[in-house]
Design a protein around this ligand. Sequence first.
Ligand code: BV8
Length: 228
Amino acid sequence: MTGIRNIVILTGAGISAESGLKTFRAEDGLWENHPVEEVATPEGFARDPALVQRFYDERRAQISAAQPNPAHEALGRLDREWSGDFLLVTQNIDDLHERGGARRVLHMHGEGLSAWCRACDARHRWEEPLSHGPACPSCGEAAMRPDIVWFGEMPYQMDRIFDALARADLFVSIGTSGAVYPAAGFVQQAAANGARTLELNLEESLGSRNFDETRLGAASELVPAWVA
Ligand code: BV8
């Protein structure tokens, strides 16, 4: 990749589809069984915490059972071998990037294997269900919620992301429909700062027109071919 020093990558549910984790907006997608307002908003959680806890308990169990695919592993290799700046921003809550060898990962929408105490604000790695109301290891209160950014909540580490986009020479979007902001706007921010932009996706996305180049296909084929 001549002339490229600083890379920012954005991934979405599509990169984990071939690991068996459902995407959001396919016909058999995650939200199919639930209106998104019911399970991915603070209001939905306040209205029916048991339903939302069960929704994420189910996702947490699926994450632990899933394995990284060649796309995760190719990005892991790139991260370890790249001497310049590298930031892998993911909208995904699974840990398949980390298990695929990536190190410089930023989960902007939170992590399924993390729990957040509403009483003392502590976060804990969490692989068990939350629906039975476990006590927070730090304060003992039964006030643990999924450590997930719901609609209307502030995504994590936005300053760090905006800073990386300002310095990027290359922005690559992989496996995302471009339906959710602020992630869907990153390509324009990167381009406005002079970065080249590439999209790798199974199909045209809502943001394809904003990319210098779009390659269509499965992530497990496109990503290793691009990294090679
Ligand atoms: C915020 C929780 C303020 C985790 C999620 C009107 C206009 C603009 C914005 C808004 C608006 N009204 C409201 C908003 C804001 C709102 C928003 O964007 N709403 C949308 C619906 C319009 N956003 C927010 O509320 C965000 N917060 O804005 O705060 C702010 C603003 C700026 C700066 C600071 C603060 C919070 C958004 C986070 C919501 N939480 N999930 C969880 O449950 O998992 S969003 C959810 O959708 C997931 O995180 C997911 O990652 C994300 C995006 O979905 P995708 O990952 O793209 O998945 P999808 O199924 O859609 O697409 C998969 C793609 O993969 C497809 O294109 C498919 O073709 C492709 N694919 C499939 N298989 C493969 C493949 N590609 C390659 N290979 C394959 N094998």
